[in-house]
Design a protein around this ligand. Sequence first.
Ligand SMILES: [Ca+2]
Ligand SMILES: [Ca+2]
Length: 395
Amino acid sequence: MRLTFILTFSIFITLISCTKSIYTKQEKVSFFTIFGYVDDDLKEILILIGNAWAKVSELYFWEITKSVYPSQILQEKDKILSKSHNSRLAEYKRDKLLTINKIGRTAIPLEDMIFVKGGTFQMGSENNTNEKPVHTVTVGSFFIGRFEVTIKTFNEFINESNYKTDAEKGNGSYIYTSGSWVKRKDINWRHNALGELRPSEAFDYPVIHVSWNDAVAYCNWLSKRHGYQPVYKVNGDSVTADWTANGYRLPTEAEWEFAARSRDSNDKWAGTSSKADISSYVNFCDVDCVFSWRSESLKDGYPYASPVGKFLANSIGLHDMSGNVWEWCWDRYDRHYYQSSPEDNPTGPIKGSTRVLRGGSWHDSPDNLFCTMRINYGQEVRNGVIGFRLARNAE
Ligand SMILES: [Ca+2]
Ligand SMILES: [Ca+2]
């Protein structure tokens, strides 16, 4: 009898250990990593099987041990088992939506999107012709990335999709070398602005050398990865947006400006209007910057790009909206668009050969980093100062 019990005990300890390694949140990482990429639906099924098997084996083991434990211990153990199972089930339900983000293969954790409650603000400024007139705009609620998209997540996109960026399909991108910007064929998203390969330890820098087309492709890939509806339909150079889809997309420039200004503040730079404070909020062309328009006294700690999130967030939690790298927006560009822009959720002109970029970069002086500044480039353009940030409809 004793030998039978010991053998049974050993077998069930082994089985429980195995099933728990499938079931528990931390161990799922190594389990799925063994098999590489697993379809999300299959992943859910495997988790449910692991969950059920853990419960069955645990209870069966408990029925056997009941025969050898005193009754007082049994009552305590019953309570613990019940509590343990219920708390794990609650944890599973709570984390279900985040599971795919915690297995180390998914590009952006859902918690890295900030909810921006919609509202009305005065868009534009009197500073530059293309920022006039200041006009009333209302945007609906949306999510926007807390950070610029990083090399880490872009690397996952490339590895899983085998997508070729415009730089890789064409003749590379621009780097700053020997005192000027030079286009080099072998430069792409893997490099910094000087043309050096970013090692994996530096994957928390914003991705650069990416075109608007590349950013759109990334959005659709990530939507699919997270089980959302793709926003963009791509047909060669023609891209249309389904504004009702729940997937990832680029912000409209109205959303971008609303978010940069912490909804309806009049902050000149995202987070502050004080030039004395911008070294804490903005990566700009500071005293260590190599260009002639560098600041004579302000030092922000980074002569080139910085890893994302190294500067203070604005008051709604967004980092690097002003500075670090320019950010692609969805909208086509028209310098007169503000004269005829609709008030509700403007999405830019119907026609136009270029796309809007916002926020400025490490390469610019503070006066070119205002929240209202607008520039534009063709959707295939890429260089050492342009990146992007994600947005998504709020459901
Ligand atoms: Ca700087
Ligand atoms: Ca930026």
